[in-house]
Design a protein around this ligand. Sequence first.
Ligand code: SIN
Length: 293
Amino acid sequence: MSSLSGKDGPRIRHVADESEPCETIRLDKLTPIIGAELSGVDLAAPLSTRQFDEIHRALAENIVIFFRDQHITPTQHLAFGRRFGELHLHPAAPHEPGEPALMKIYTDKDSPRANGEGWHSDVSCDEEPPMGSILYIKQCPPHGGDTLFASMYAAYDALSDRMKAYLAGLTAIHDGDPVYRGLFANFGVADKPAYPCAEHPVVRTHPVTGKKALYVNRGFTHHIVGIPRDESDAILAYLYDHAENPLFQCRFRWTKNAIAFWDNRCAQHRAMWDYWPHTRSGNRVTIKGERPV
Ligand code: SIN
């Protein structure tokens, strides 16, 4: 991993700096390249078209956006997600009774693991992986339980031109089976006979911004297609280390009733489980996406 930062570090485009200011919502950026906290909006109330457009634009420009002190019901959480597209049903994770699109996020002192502990992009093993995820955390530990987010635009931009040329046109297999099999047994979820597995470009173009993003992750990516397996292992190991450079990241410190909304097409995230024996819980609503190109 590069240790360079500041003026000697990877050259990263600060796209959000060029944007128009929001008119109905206040936006405070967490870092120059990723993350913004939005305030002045109550997600329990119906969103005006203007508010919706500003939130959509804030997401496109900042990759992950955060809202604090929101008091929304499960129905309002689902409705907020539906403003952005059809809802995605997780192939394995537990959901609230009668609400298959309302995924449970729950870790306590008896949990064998926490969801999302390694760097990943949600369900990238789907043929059409989710566009975005909206996580509402209702119970927080006193300290810890942060979520880290990384810009895959920045990770791509910082690659050498030779590496970009090498990766152009390559695809990789993303396999859900090794990730999901047995993962949710502690919630009483029985395994399915098979989990999704899909082939996606190693570099994808974002359908809204038109920018290129690195699209391989430690969680799901199994191998690069059409090259020897040892070469694939080495290239993926390099790309994972490269993508985990803290220069590309922001870190969100949760407070009770906060919401994070991230774009899986250009972000990876990682949940920290550093709060045992405390409990952290909430729900995630996930929005369907398109086949990566
Ligand atoms: C996830 O959706 O991967 C979990 C993220 C978190 O709990 O912070």
